[in-house]
Design a protein around this ligand. Structure first.
Ligand SMILES: [Zn+2]
Ligand SMILES: [Zn+2]
Ligand SMILES: [Zn+2]
Length: 81
């Protein structure tokens, strides 16, 4: 008997507690707090720190709403000019 196999894991959105099924995709992780997020709860915005870490200028990162508010409360996108 083996427990905890990956096929048994049900992903759950940390915001709305939806579980993954044929229509709901829990395919995002907040890059600040690591919450799993469904499509509807993902706030995908450019994050300069994330861009620097990934080496991609203007890379977009997934955010939950509270982290978006906490870390990106104003439009703070610098294009390097
Ligand atoms: Zn959700
Ligand atoms: Zn978050
Ligand atoms: Zn961020």
């Amino acid at each position: 008997m083996r427990h905890g196999q990956e096929a048994e894991v049900t992903w759950e959105c940390a915001e709305c507690h939806a579980t993954e099924d044929r229509v709901t995709r829990i395919d995002g992780v907040c890059h600040h707090c690591g919450k799993l997020l469904c499509r509807a709860d993902q706030e995908i915005i450019p994050d300069l720190a994330f861009a620097a870490a990934s080496g991609e200028v203007g890379a977009e990162a997934v955010h939950c709403r509270s982290c978006k508010r906490r870390h990106h409360s104003r439009i703070d996108v610098s294009l390097g000019t």
